[in-house]
Design a protein around this ligand. Structure first.
Ligand code: ADP
Length: 355
């Protein structure tokens, strides 16, 4: 399959005086798995619907493989789609559901039979071709929906929360299956989710959306280690936010100066340290390490790891996560006891944004 790039420029969508998407630019590389991640109402589905051609934008351009599609009707865009609610035809069997887009395209019977068989093999459901859709499990239906979305070999596949109706175990299994299928077929894929773990598991890159804008577009690793704003840091993973005053010589908090990994903004900001990057200190300091004194409030054991909630001198809560190893636990006092927390400058960033 030859994958195509997608190039979106200055896309805007309003309903009355409500702005849903604002001057949005996005480039998706050929064969890339890109996820739109954001809270409910951030504009993810609207963007996907505009890409598919079901919703008209007020302004902007969308090029797929260099061709402008903004005014093109949905069926001419050659896009495969998978939704949360499957939208399969309950009265048809599996074969006919998957064959539907091929019949619409008036392909010969023999070609249809062959393509449906190939698609069923890909989603590992060959033995269910004759089964009625209403006799399938949720996971099987979702795989049929996927087979139907790829059977006509679209250059682009759009998926809107396709796994959110499944229970946790099946959802995690399907995440890996979808990822593997994408690796095998290599189609350019835009995936919508509000689940940051799902986004991190599956994506080449993630566009974090907030109020109709892309707040950050990066690889999962970069997004996690170097969040650009307070919104991204709080939406992707867990974070400690320590209020700092940024000066040319460093970020200041509680009379202490901290070094961080990224350039500092001017004035007030938030130093972000992930809970697993904090360590209990035995008192020794090494170059490049920072220290914070705190009082333990609560410890939550989670089997292999534990969470320690502690209070900084100004009462602000800070959270540390580590493995339940004996050498680590030996440094952990009872609630009420003092701890010294350490972290590397490399693992701290400063962001701005509202609390
Ligand atoms: P998400 O997929 O991130 O949850 P949506 O794209 O569904 O977000 O919605 C973004 C915003 O646009 C929401 O505030 C929603 O209420 C608004 N919206 C979506 N569709 C319509 C519509 N047809 N009419 C009016 N407002 C809409």
């Amino acid at each position: 399959m030859t994958a195509l790039p997608i190039s979106i420029r200055d896309l805007a969508k309003r309903y009355g005086n409500i702005t849903v998407l604002e001057q949005l630019d996005l480039d998706v590389a050929p064969g890339e798995f890109l996820t739109l991640l954001g809270p409910s109402g951030s504009g993810k589905t609207t963007l996907l619907m505009i890409l598919a051609g079901f919703v008209r934008a007020n302004a902007g351009s969308i090029r797929i493989g260099g061709e402008e599609v903004i005014a093109m009707p949905p069926h001419k865009r050659n896009i495969g789609m998978v939704f949360q609610n499957y939208a399969l035809f309950p009265h048809m069997n599996v074969f006919h559901n998957i064959a539907f887009p091929l019949k619409q395209r008036k392909l010969p019977q023999a070609v249809i039979a062959e393509r449906v068989k190939k698609a069923l093999d890909l989603v590992k459901l060959s033995e269910l071709a004759e089964r009625r859709v209403d006799q399938l499990s949720g996971g099987q239906r979702q795989r049929i929906a996927l087979a139907r979305a790829i059977v006509f070999e679209p250059k682009i596949v759009l998926m809107d929360e396709p796994l959110s109706a499944l229970d946790k175990g099946l959802r995690e299994h399907m995440q890996i299956e979808l990822r593997n299928l994408h690796r095998r077929l290599g189609m350019t894929t835009i995936y919508v989710t509000h689940d940051q773990r799902e986004a991190i598991t599956m994506s080449d890159r993630i566009a974090v959306m907030n109020q109709g804008r892309i707040e950050q577009l990066d690889s999962p690793e970069t997004l996690y280690a170097r969040p650009a704003t307070r919104f991204v840091a709080s939406f992707v993973g867990e974070s400690n936010f320590i209020p700092v005053d940024c000066k040319p010589d460093g970020a200041w908090y509680g009379g202490q100066r901290f070094k961080v990994a990224t350039p500092l903004p001017a004035g007030p900001g938030w130093m972000v340290v992930r809970p697993e990057k904090l360590r209990l200190s035995n008192g020794n300091t090494f170059a490049g390490e920072s220290m914070l004194d705190a009082v333990v409030r609560d410890v939550v054991y989670q089997g292999d790891s534990f969470l320690c909630y502690a209070a900084l001198p100004d009462g602000r809560q800070i959270m540390l996560r580590d493995y339940c190893r004996s050498d680590v636990l030996a440094l952990l006092p009872e609630p009420g006891g003092m701890v010294r927390l350490k972290f590397n400058a490399e693992d701290a960033t400063v962001v701005t944004g509202d609390e």
